[in-house]
Ligand binder design. Structure first.
Ligand code: FE2
Length: 425
């Protein structure tokens, strides 16, 4: 097992908190540090995953984890030797997972930075212990819940979070437009990592402490002065060496939002449709670069569809925020008038490779009107669309599959089935 990033594996955890604790002085830290979000497990691979959370103030954070509740390992985030320090956002990637289930808890030590030789430490706080299963290609079955267009509506999120937890899926997909726009980092942290109103979700773990959250960006999620900080909360996936450069041309932000994951009988592809108008639209003031990005995702997609674990899956499906198929007369988002009801470029770039690889359905949101659109002579792939952000339009999509059959249902907020679909292998 590679243990490069496991700092102090096997050390007694009680010893960790003692480092540098000063005698109380004017510089002593008040022990008021708190976790302000539950843990949010993201970007899971079979041997690694990220966990993100927030704290109420400056903290040195890490994750204690292991294959039982003894939590024998410790992982921290650092770059170039420097441990990451933040007043709000924290994210740690656990690597080298060798079993099908891990247990973990978060740790945060309050810090006061008075200068290079005057760093004062406070008490270390911990969350409860949670457990999570990384994706497992050998699993017998898979269950997913999917929400979209929650638009930071807390009443709606409270219902959806409770419903997801009652269902207990293997993964939860948050299929874009989680906000209207991100106008401050405080707001961004709350929407992404502590959705809903219930404070109890911090203690009870929100909706992604015991299962990975698979985030798919929506067009609203790239709006607002602080949209660029989204990566601090919704972790991008680690780049692979052969990923096309057009997925990420930043020199200081790493990772990608498109992903491919295999769990049991299901291969799930996540694609980022970006904005809903052409890059040249004056509303973007030159800040949109999605057309090249969608082309790069085609190149990436063609590569991942050849991967053995994706090719061999009994069921292949895709998720992207803006539908790839429209209804008759729908705006495809390529003119300066109006906005996309479906992504014309996304359709042209991605649908052919998806269909040729045997993709059975694309699951989207964006229109706020749930529907299941059947394959037709133009396109052999179902287009499923989830609900909106109001009580009368909101919906939860559920998928349950084994090796022989995949069942999809769309439920309203009262858990009444409004659409359903069953596919045989
Ligand atoms: Fe949208």
């Amino acid at each position: 097992m590679k243990r490069r990033d496991l700092l102090g594996s096997g050390i007694a955890l009680g010893a960790v908190a003692a480092f540098g604790a000063p005698a109380r002085s004017a510089d002593a830290v008040d022990d008021g540090l708190a976790f302000t979000s539950p843990p949010v497990v993201q970007t899971p691979l079979c041997d690694s995953l990220s966990i993100s959370w927030t704290t109420s103030g400056l903290a040195n954070c890490w994750v204690e984890w292991g294959y039982d509740r003894k939590l024998e390992f410790k992982s921290k985030a650092s770059h170039h030797g420097l441990v990451e320090l933040s007043e709000r956002f924290h994210s740690v990637r656990i690597r080298g997972i060798e079993k099908k289930r891990i247990f973990y808890r978060l740790a945060a030590q309050e810090l006061r930075y008075g200068g290079a030789y005057r760093i004062r430490t406070g008490k270390t706080i911990h969350t409860d212990i949670f457990s999570v299963n990384p994706p497992d290609a050998d699993a017998e079955s898979v269950s997913l819940t999917i929400t979209n267009d929650t638009h930071a509506k807390n009443d709606l999120l409270d219902v959806l979070i409770a419903r997801v937890n009652a269902i207990g899926p293997d993964f939860h997909v948050w299929n874009g437009d989680i906000c209207d726009s991100f106008n401050s980092e405080e707001q961004l942290a709350r929407i992404c990592l502590r959705p809903g109103t219930a404070k109890s979700t911090i203690a009870s773990g929100g909706w992604a402490a015991n299962r990975p959250l698979l985030y798919v960006p929506g067009n609203h999620d790239v709006r607002g002065l602080h949209a660029g900080s989204l990566v601090k909360a919704m972790s991008p996936w680690p780049l692979d060496p052969d990923d096309p450069p057009g997925l990420n041309r930043s020199s200081h932000v790493s990772g990608r939002y498109c992903f491919a994951l295999r769990h049991g009988p299901l291969a799930l592809i996540g694609l980022d449709t970006g904005e809903d108008k052409p890059d040249r639209h004056p509303a973007f003031a030159g800040l949109a670069d999605y057309e090249d990005y969608r082309r790069a995702q085609k190149q990436w997609l063609q590569g991942v569809l050849k991967r053995p674990e994706i090719k061999s899956a009994p069921f292949l499906i895709a998720a992207c925020h803006i539908p790839l198929r429209g209804l008759k007369g729908d705006n495809d988002g390529r003119t300066l008038k109006g906005y996309a009801y479906y992504s014309g470029q996304g359709h042209d770039e991605w649908m052919k490779p998806l269909a040729e690889a045997g993709c059975r359905m694309v699951i989207s949101g964006h229109t706020h009107r749930p529907r299941i659109q059947k394959p037709d002579s133009d396109c052999p792939v179902y287009q499923v669309v989830g609900g909106g952000s109001r009580a009368n339009s909101a919906a939860l999509i559920r998928i349950q599959a084994d090796k022989a059959e995949l069942k999809l249902t769309i439920e309203d907020l009262k858990a009444k089935q409004i659409h359903q679909l069953a596919l045989k292998r």
